[in-house]
Design a binder for this molecule. Structure first.
Ligand code: M6R
Length: 604
């Protein structure tokens, strides 16, 4: 997500930090900040917008400190603004922190701290951590940080300074990467290697649960109260490779981040056997009788998946519209309608204009967006953020899985509010959702099978994708991804539609990709597969690991871990994206910037 850099040594810290932040700009951010200890005094500067704004502020300052931290923020809690930019401080102005990730229980902790007369200057979850340290700073910097760490839940990569002990930086990692750059008489701590690669190629990667005390000549790492050692490795990457954390493309890096993106999106939103969605008005949700979801491209496919979920879990009639169509249509919408827009960027012109066209007639509206403070996040009654972090590859990958995460949660929540889902089903569904990050990690561990299949079929001219019910939108998404990234013509169909036209295309050349986990409609999909086989067609099947019968029908099989049948779309996203990616790479296409496409479509 955001960018972190800390420096301790003999050189001018602000220069090293600004350079480090400039190497992290590729990640995307909406504000930047820096804090330096100069002569035992903590000095902080922050700016909204580009790093250039922060540099301008520093132009007339002569910062001399040799210890400091800097941050580029991608907003998650609170709009992009100077007040919400990191570093954040405690009440005394002696403790300061930068943080990537989400402190799940920040709200409860903030309320508690307010009772102890703590005053807060931002809307962020991060700021509470500086105040938690302040509570115990009398016991010393390290003890205070360690005791504050025990009180928080969530994900973090955090770096802290205390002007009372200006000879050290403390860092802690849980779920959000941190790496120490080990230099001679100086050390760095950062979210990514490129920020210090110019100065040292020795990197020590922290692991989850690690807390590090870093001085200019020493690094001590603790985990679970015990001292641990982490090997310093020589980084051989070029600067450009380092920006991609060693991955050859942003697209594959972002696919590899999907387990984390999913986890960050559901974190703090499941409480026992209920869903807790910040900013959402449950009274208004209770009154709605029908739902219309508006989106474009991949976001439309996430929305389409939600139609099945909302009708199944909440029993509410749900329709999904391509924004560019509904924009000029005359849809039936009234005060009993919940309007939902789904958009990664929050800036897609068709979605914005479509919403403007109908918003006044609806009863309630919710935006599902990734970019905090974007146009759509401000236009609708409520906003639910997907916490995928910045996505640089043009193809939507990790943001798609995060949109699905929110839509599953919202569907279950609606089911509960409308009394359509019983406690047992709710519990088992939430437990399935919690398992998803672990299962995604399993799927991402070994990509070789999909790669092999991709290479086998990379020369084909056309592909067909099929699915039924909740897996049908995944067929649409699989085909879209392939078109975008490999320039191969592909179509997605509801498998039941096969005999109504696409079967005419069956030949021994066109691969047919089937989303075919063993579910209530498995026998039907097997019939479709057999009809293609009978006509010498080729089948690539995506099914569940314990499926024993698919071997008889498919030419190639990609297995997913077994899970409740409603949740397979979340797992199937990975092989569909990987298939497109590896075919694109094999064809020598610039998969991060495919021709004619833009990341954010802001013109009609
Ligand atoms: O930012 P949005 O989610 O509103 O963007 C919608 C589409 O433009 C986007 O999903 C597009 O289809 C991507 N290139 C898909 O990979």
């Amino acid at each position: 997500m955001c960018g972190i850099i800390g420096y301790i040594g003999e050189e001018n810290a602000s220069e090293r930090i600004i350079y480090g932040l400039s190497r992290l700009e590729y990640r995307g951010y909406d504000s930047a900040g820096i804090a330096i200890i100069d002569n035992c005094k903590l000095i902080r500067f922050r700016s909204k917008g580009r790093l250039e704004n922060l540099k301008k502020k520093l132009e007339h300052e002569s910062l001399k400190g040799t210890i400091g931290i800097g941050h580029t923020r991608w907003a998650t809690h609170g709009k992009p603004s100077e007040e919400n930019a990191h570093p954040h401080m405690d009440c005394t102005g002696k403790i300061t922190i930068i943080h990537n990730g989400i402190i799940e229980n920040y709200f409860e902790l903030k309320e508690e701290l307010k009772k102890h007369h703590h005053k807060f200057a931002s809307e962020t979850d991060t700021e509470i951590f500086a105040h938690l340290i302040e509570e115990n700073i009398g016991k010393g910097f390290e003890k205070a940080v360690f005791s504050a760490l025990k009180q928080i839940r969530g994900t973090y990569g955090m770096v802290i300074l205390y002007s009372g002990e200006p000879d050290k930086i403390i860092a802690a990692r849980q779920g959000s990467p941190l790496v120490i750059g080990v230099g001679k008489g100086e050390n760095y701590i950062a979210s990514d290697v490129p920020s210090f690669l110019k100065y040292t190629r020795k990197a020590m990667f922290l692991e989850d649960g690690d807390a590090a005390v870093i001085t200019k000549t020493d690094v001590q790492i603790y985990n679970g109260g015990k001292k641990v050692t982490r090997q310093a490795r020589d980084i051989k990457w070029t600067s450009e490779q380092a920006e991609k954390s060693g991955f050859p493309h942003f697209m594959i890096k972002e696919i590899s981040e999907e387990a984390q993106a999913f986890e960050d999106t559901i974190i703090g939103r499941i409480e026992g056997s209920s869903v807790k969605l910040e900013n959402v008005d449950d009274k208004k949700l209770k009154k709605i009788k029908n739902i219309r979801i508006i989106a474009c491209g991949t976001s439309y496919h996430a929305a389409y998946t939600a139609k099945y979920l909302m009708e199944k879990y909440a029993g509410i009639n749900t329709s999904v519209d391509v924004a560019s169509e509904i924009r000029y249509g005359d849809p039936v919408i009234d005060k009993s309608t919940l309007l939902i827009t789904v958009s990664q960027s929050g800036e897609t012109i068709d979605t914005i204009e479509a919403f403007k066209n109908i918003q006044k007639r609806a009863g309630y509206s919710i935006a599902i967006v990734n970019v905090v403070g974007s146009t759509l996040s401000r236009m609708l009654d409520s906003v639910i953020y997907t916490h995928a972090g910045p996505e640089i590859g043009v193809a939507a990958t990790k943001t798609f899985i995060s949109q699905l995460a929110v839509l599953y949660l919202l569907s279950l929540h609606l089911g509960s509010i409308h009394g359509k889902i019983n406690d047992k089903k709710m519990k088992s569904s939430l437990s399935s959702l919690r398992k998803i990050p672990g299962l995604l990690k399993i799927m991402l561990k070994d990509k070789s099978k999909v790669k092999k299949i991709a290479e086998k079929y990379s020369k084909q001219r056309d592909f067909l994708y099929y699915g039924r019910n909740i897996n049908f939108p995944m067929a649409l998404e699989g085909a879209l991804k392939l078109k975008e990234i490999s320039y191969i013509h592909a179509e997605g169909y509801a498998a039941g539609e096969m005999k109504h036209g696409p079967i005419a295309l069956v030949d021994d050349k066109t691969p047919n990709v089937f989303l075919a986990p063993e579910n209530a409609l498995y026998e039907k999909i097997i019939s479709n597969i057999q009809e293609i086989k009978a006509r010498s067609g080729t089948i690539i099947a995506i099914t569940n690991r314990s499926n024993k019968t698919m071997k008889r029908f498919a030419d190639d099989i990609i297995y997913m871990p077994d899970i409740d049948e409603d949740f397979y779309p979340l797992l199937a996203a990975i092989p569909l994206q990987l298939l497109a990616y590896y075919i694109g790479v094999k064809k020598g296409i610039d998969v991060d910037k495919p021709r004619n496409l833009a990341k954010s479509v802001t013109v009609e």
